[in-house]
Design a protein around this ligand. Structure first.
Ligand code: ES4
Ligand code: ZN
Length: 336
């Protein structure tokens, strides 16, 4: 349809995209076979590609999804595996009209399995270079720390010489905080974020996805983040919403994710129109597209279906996404 081609052609910037979340069921089975990794035998979801796809339609919560997300990524062993994963994503991104992407990755989920940090980053880097030369898509990396693990693990990972080197050589431009949210208040990671701030890294964190608006307040006050990943529970605190709008803090909203993980009953319930009316800046993102059944353009289309944004509103959403990105000022000027 014409709205689909209009949305496809918009210059899209993606800020909330876990690269491990681009791991498709077919690539899981292919890499499991290649690497000799046994998928769980006691879970019939792993009987076939089709049964896994079917199981992904019935997530009950963030943690129910995360269980499959961590099993899925256990098939990633070599740099070539990470390159194949990232390349799969970039092909979708190019088809969807993405011009710039800031990608999350979860190093602790791989180093804990004996995969070295340089394997992860070198594989992803190879695909990034190819995406830039073949598609003109520029990319940045955001190193995420896992909230279901002890805070001390995050601090140790952050201080490791390989992660520090990737910050210093500019291949990684910021940090994030993800995984289980409930009962893991952001202030527990205050020391990690204080250290990152002294290294002039960009700071973001998942907050207010399953967790309450208080976690957004906490993340802003304790971690001094400049973006909020998800942040949709901001809607429950009008005063905080006004202050986020005034400060120009951007939310990286993932509408299909919110519905699939049962944060909201339908896309119509994701507070997109309320954020527009309140002047809250946000971008629209895919989160874990291979698990949630939709890449970035599917998210744009779902939002348009539910809220019928005007062409001017869509252009301003895309402009805000460019302005809220962490690419170089030169690249920003090119994109605007
Ligand atoms: C995630 Cl949707 C979501 N929320 C929190 N952590 C995550 N890691 C990957 N996807
Ligand atoms: Zn996420």
């Amino acid at each position: 349809s014409s709205i689909h081609s209009f949305l496809q052609a918009l210059p899209k910037v993606e800020h909330h995209m876990h690269i491990e979340g681009a791991l498709s069921p077919s690539l899981i089975f292919k890499l499991a076979a290649k690497n000799g990794i046994e998928l769980p035998k006691d879970d019939s979801a792993f009987s076939s590609v089709e049964s896994l796809v079917e199981r992904y339609k019935h997530f009950t919560s963030l943690d129910d999804f995360l269980h499959y997300y961590y099993i899925g990524m256990s098939v990633l062993l070599s740099a070539g595996d990470f390159e194949a994963l990232a390349w799969d994503y970039f092909q979708h991104a190019a088809a969807d009209g993405v011009v710039h992407a800031e990608l999350f990755y979860d190093p602790q989920a791989h180093t804990s399995r004996g995969v070295s940090y340089s394997t992860i980053v070198s594989g992803i880097s190879a695909a990034r270079k190819r995406a830039e030369s073949e598609f003109g898509i520029t990319t940045e990396l955001i190193c995420c720390f896992l909230r279901h693990l002890p805070v001390s693990d995050s601090l140790m990972a952050f201080d490791s010489s390989e992660i520090q080197a990737s910050f210093k050589d500019g291949s990684v431009i910021g940090i994030g905080l993800d995984s289980t949210e409930l009962d893991k208040p952001p202030h527990l990671w205050k020391e990690l974020y204080a250290k990152a701030a002294t290294q002039e890294l960009n700071l973001t964190a998942h907050a207010g996805e399953e967790g309450p608006a208080e976690y957004i307040t906490d993340a802003l006050a304790s971690l001094h983040i400049s973006r909020i990943d998800h942040g949709v529970h901001l809607i429950d605190d009008p005063e905080l919403m006004a202050s986020v709008a005034k400060e120009g803090i951007m939310l990286t909203v993932c509408p299909i994710s919110n519905v699939v993980l049962k944060c909201f009953p339908s896309i119509k319930d994701v507070p997109i129109r309320k954020f527009l009316d309140a002047g809250v800046r946000f971008s629209i993102n895919s989160d874990d597209p291979a698990y949630f059944g939709g890449y970035i353009l599917d998210n744009y289309c779902a939002v348009d279906d539910a809220f019928q944004l005007s062409a001017e509103e869509w252009k301003s959403v895309c402009r805000a996404a460019i302005e809220g990105s962490w690419c170089s000022e030169e690249r920003k000027a090119e994109l605007l």
